[in-house]
Write a protein that binds this ligand. Structure first.
Ligand SMILES: [Zn+2]
Length: 107
């Protein structure tokens, strides 16, 4: 993902509308690109800050953004784990089929 794509995805990320591969590419980019991280921080401050001002509560936006990023990382690792489990299940099914054929033809 390049900076232009990352920038386009910022609003979607803030609305929790990114998923799977797109979320992963986005997080990977902002973690390694200071410009896009800064742009993300600014847009987050603007959107969340306004919301909080309207509610009038105390808030720590820097911390909230870090939590949001950590949450995204968590979702990415869950996604990887599910994919891994799926691969193992498919391998198990393939193995079961091979064993079944082996048993059938030996009998
Ligand atoms: Zn960038």
């Amino acid at each position: 993902m390049n900076c232009k794509d990352a920038e386009k995805n910022i609003p979607y990320f803030l609305q929790d509308e990114l998923d799977g591969g797109r979320l992963e590419e986005f997080i990977d980019h902002v973690e390694h690109c200071p410009e896009c991280k800064e742009e993300l921080t600014i847009q987050f401050l603007v959107s969340e800050g306004l919301e909080h001002l309207e509610q009038g509560g105390n808030f720590n936006l820097q911390e909230e953004l870090l939590m949001k990023l950590a949450d995204a990382q968590h979702r990415i690792s869950m996604h990887h784990m599910l994919w891994y489990i799926l691969v193992i299940l498919e391998a198990a099914v393939a193995l079961a089929i091979i064993v079944a054929f082996y048993v059938i033809f030996r009998l």
